[in-house]
Design a protein around this ligand. Sequence first.
Ligand code: GDD
Ligand code: MG
Length: 386
Amino acid sequence: MTAERGIPRQAVILVGGEGTRLRPVTSRVPKPVAPVVERPFVAYILDNLARHGVERAIFSTGFLADAIEAVIGDGSGYGLEVSYAVEAEPLGTAGAIANCDGLLDDGPFYVFNGDVLSDVDLSALAATHAAKGGMGTIFLTPVEDPRRYGLVELREDGAVASFLEKPGEWEGTALINAGVYVLEPEVLEMIPRGRLFSIERGVFPKLAAAGSLYGYVDHGYWRDIGTPDSYLQAHFDILERQVDTSVGDVLGEQYLYVAPTAEVTPGARIVPPCYVADGARVGAGARIGPLAVLGAGAVVGEGATVVEAVIQAGVIIGAHAQVEGSILVQGSSVGAGTQLSGAVLGEGCVVGAGNRLAGGICVYPDTELPDNSIQFYEQLRGREGI
Ligand code: GDD
Ligand code: MG
């Protein structure tokens, strides 16, 4: 199929990175399919692509490729045809795109970094690309601290004047590469095959120097979910409907979803925004929310509180435990009366009763903490009751 210039019907999704900064959330599950409000993260990307007329997505995988394919399959559950280009060794962001060459049709294509949550208007990005006539057009978003992103300076006509990946020094708000592009197939010819090559360092600066790279600035919602804080915040943003998603549609005007198969004991409180998945159980006197996700089959004991937290599938929270600002990965458990504040528990962690964990602590999978073994107090910025 030949697409008209500027109207992509196909996309490459880069999902081969190791996601190390998101451990222990990603110790056992690849970042692109880590659950975000009970859906594999890339489902949000696929929704957006499908909404803008994309029919085929090619996943460029490497690290834990099989685990990604096992979740996404042929894409039929997501309204797109999905295929896979698997790397034996990481090829970098450009090498990974070039590795999809044989699976791409003629015409332009979208590229998505696999950890970007955004409801960006892809059709507007593609229209800008078609109007400007460059080899590539990058979605740009302003951030307060651009140092860990690709810093982009624009000329008045929208052409990229310079592209600097991860600038060491920079003060103040700037436009960054949001990790979503439209590229012409000719860009593939600039990428050496079979070796590590970065689009941010090896391709974009060259295209910019040639005057053939453009920016599309969008001030809408954008987030890279690559760290535990950002992953947690992405859940809050979806629950608060800051970003347009199908989950937001389900939450509706009440900002609340309680699955029909969930069991909420009378006297328990579910405070929106809140999402309670299939088969979750909430004991008497417990409080869930605001800003909480309770995964499928999770159990919250009587009198426990879960506030601003992500509780994945099958997690067990003991009676009178208090969980706040924390991520509990599937299969972990917390004993009675334990308090978690700003903690991340990896898969299968068992934290016994009467513990107190705080301050951004990350507990790696399968760790077992006996009852009453840790009392970590943090200066809790004036919060009471913790
Ligand atoms: N297939 C494959 N092979 N994918 C890769 C590889 C690789 O060797 N390396 C990275 N990726 C994928 C990652 O899985 C991720 O989805 C995406 O490429 C970007 O990699 P990150 O490791 O998340 O990069 P980053 O967040 O530090 O920076 C990138 O994203 C920023 C926006 O979030 C850059 O593109 C920056 O310029 C940009 O500002
Ligand atoms: Mg990233």
